[in-house]
Ligand binder design. Structure first.
Ligand SMILES: *[C@@H]1O[C@H](CO)[C@@H](O)[C@H](O)[C@H]1NC(C)=O
Ligand SMILES: *[C@@H]1O[C@H](CO)[C@@H](O)[C@H](O)[C@H]1NC(C)=O
Ligand SMILES: *[C@@H]1O[C@H](CO)[C@@H](O)[C@H](O)[C@H]1NC(C)=O
Ligand SMILES: *[C@@H]1O[C@H](CO)[C@@H](O)[C@H](O)[C@H]1NC(C)=O
Ligand SMILES: *[C@@H]1O[C@H](CO)[C@@H](O)[C@H](O)[C@H]1NC(C)=O
Ligand SMILES: *[C@@H]1O[C@H](CO)[C@@H](O)[C@H](O)[C@H]1NC(C)=O
Ligand SMILES: *[C@@H]1O[C@H](CO)[C@@H](O)[C@H](O)[C@H]1NC(C)=O
Ligand SMILES: *[C@@H]1O[C@H](CO)[C@@H](O)[C@H](O)[C@H]1NC(C)=O
Ligand SMILES: [Zn+2]
Length: 477
């Protein structure tokens, strides 16, 4: 009888110990979702119960500094590479590369030339090289062949495909026989409507409400597929949106001879390629054109934008003040909302929420850089990060203490950049281990105490009755 009990307690204690250990390393699944143009404060301006549900049970970063220029393609490529635009090469939605003598343009979906993308390696490829599978539902660039690869699964870009169909694909890939560990999901709104209505429009209410319902649908489908609490869900965006007005327009034709330059990219960062011999003339004219237009020679572009060292950045850029719109002339398209401005402006910042086994609950962080998402993703997926401009250190507080802490390879710039950090890192590593072991040991000791107590009690059966006898007179008194 006694030895049986002893065995049971031992097995239970061993189990508790192994459970404690299994909380340590475990490869995570990640679903990264981008709702294009979801400005950080839409969460406070409109009722968004599903977003708030994630905030309450997950993490929320209030200010995410994205990269310059605050446009769709540059920022989506940063989310999956951790690089500034000058380093990943997608410097705008509309580009000209004088070395390749080729153009890239979002307007007519002329974006499929691999050479534009191959200055970087997106995370889906690194993930696959590590033996995992990735799946992308309309993520910008994910249907382009990059370094001879596509995502394991992907949908060719088609904006007419419904959100529900995109979600269905993601679920299918996460639950297939060879499941993906990384899913990427993209939706065009609220960017589209933000451009047309302007973010200050009260009509943005229903638009944001629709996005909230879409998030609700995604949560519901993840629950139905038993992926909720399994997949780490990250909801973010590429940029915000600011209100424009026809009263704040800068018309280039008023200041420049249009035969003297080629306009590669328009508003709010005009990328200007002067024709041969016309550089000074174009620069001088632009520099004194308008008080709300700041003009830079390429080599003078502010350091903090990390927007200089790439041949696709044109010799002159002209950056409009927030809310100002650059047009060639009044017959150009004008939109009531726009983005692309200085990435220091709060209105350009996107949302960031995350929920899942790796993340803390009900935790709000003030700020992060969007370049930090990449090393965070690599950490969760247990893959070695390519050189990047982010820092895992700056965002590791988003993770709950029980999450895996894979040691990044020394090739990772995360370690190289913060060369004073590795020791601290190791200490934390062994600290987590120490907690695991001591917790397990404490449980074993407690088990023994309970067990011994139980033994003593079972050998003195009269004890409870004695207690009763003693207490009764006291109660009567
Ligand atoms: C992380 O990947 C390495 C191989 O790159 C593997 O040895 C290790 O077991 C993985 N860690 C986890 C927690 O799966
Ligand atoms: C660049 O390409 C255009 C056609 O797109 C061609 O006319 C031009 O000659 C090319 N320039 C050079 C320097 O190869
Ligand atoms: C895009 O998707 C829509 C809706 O599913 C479909 O009707 C259309 O044929 C698709 N277009 C292409 C080019 O595949
Ligand atoms: C536009 O320029 C004027 C004059 O310099 C300045 O007062 C105003 O603040 C500028 N607007 C913005 C949005 O920066
Ligand atoms: C505006 O510019 C476009 C492109 O250069 C040109 O085709 C158009 O004729 C111009 N319109 C006016 C009113 O100058
Ligand atoms: C979340 O945290 C806040 C304070 O940080 C607290 O007031 C609130 O009750 C918490 N909510 C939940 C659901 O734990
Ligand atoms: C963002 O990056 C800059 C430059 O690397 C750094 O100084 C800053 O502290 C970072 N911001 C946050 C919130 O981590
Ligand atoms: C960004 O990262 C790339 C790749 O590691 C590096 O070459 C570049 O110098 C970094 N930029 C900055 C500003 O640190
Ligand atoms: Zn966008």
């Amino acid at each position: 009888m006694t030895s049986k009990l002893l065995w049971v307690s031992f097995i239970l204690a061993a189990l508790t110990l192994s459970v404690t250990f299994s909380l340590q390393p475990d490869e995570q699944k990640v679903l990264l979702v981008s709702f294009d143009g979801f400005r950080w404060d839409y969460l406070y301006r409109f009722p968004t119960p599903h977003f708030h549900y994630l905030m309450k049970y997950g993490v929320h970063v209030e200010q995410v500094t994205n990269i310059f220029i605050t446009k769709t393609y540059p920022n989506h490529y940063t989310l999956v590479t951790g690089l500034f635009a000058e380093n990943h090469g997608i410097v705008a939605n509309d580009m000209f590369d004088p070395i390749l003598n080729k153009s890239f343009s979002l307007d007519n979906m002329n974006i499929y030339d691999s050479e534009f993308w191959e200055e970087a390696t997106p995370i889906w490829i690194t993930n696959q090289r590590a033996g995992h599978a990735s799946g992308a539902a309309m993520w910008p660039g994910a249907d382009v062949k990059i370094h001879e690869s596509f995502p394991t699964h992907y949908m060719p870009y088609n904006e007419s495909v419904s959100f529900e169909d995109r979600v269905a694909k993601i679920i299918e890939w996460f639950t297939s026989k060879e499941p993906i560990n990384l899913g990427l999901l993209y939706w065009e709104d609220p960017d589209d409507m933000g451009h047309h209505l302007g973010p200050d429009s009260p009509l943005m209410g229903p638009v944001i409400s629709d996005i909230d319902n879409k998030l609700g649908y995604l949560i519901q489908m993840l629950k139905k597929a038993e992926l909720w609490n399994v997949v780490n869900l990250i909801i973010t965006s590429d940029h915000g949106m600011t209100q424009c007005s026809e009263e704040r327009v800068i018309e280039l034709d008023q200041y420049l001879d249009k035969d003297h330059y080629i306009l590669i990219d328009k508003s709010p960062v005009a990328a200007i390629l002067p024709k041969d011999g016309k550089f000074d003339e174009v620069y001088e004219a632009l520099a004194r054109a308008h008080p709300n237009l700041t003009v830079y020679k390429k080599e003078e572009i502010p350091e903090r934008w990390h927007y200089r060292y790439n041949s696709r950045i044109q010799p002159i850029i002209a950056v409009a003040d927030e809310g100002w719109y650059i047009l060639q002339n009044k017959s150009d398209d004008f939109l009531l909302g726009n983005h692309g401005y200085d990435n220091a402006l709060a209105e350009m910042h996107p949302i960031f929420l995350a929920y899942g086994p790796a993340f803390r609950k009900n935790f709000t962080k003030e700020a992060m850089n969007s370049t930090d998402l990449y090393p965070l993703l690599c950490h969760l997926l247990n893959i070695t990060a390519m050189p990047h401009n982010g820092s895992f250190w700056n965002v590791q507080d988003l993770l709950s203490s029980a999450t895996p802490r894979a040691i990044p390879s020394t090739q990772s710039t995360t370690l190289l950049r913060g060369s004073d950090k590795p020791r601290e890192y190791e200490q934390e590593e062994s600290y987590a281990y120490f907690i695991g072991v001591s917790l397990g040991s404490v449980i074993v000791v407690v088990f023994f105490i309970v067990f011994v107590k139980h033994l003593i009690r079972s050998q003195i059966p009269a004890l409870p009755d004695m207690h009763a006898e003693i207490s009764q007179p006291l109660l009567q008194a």
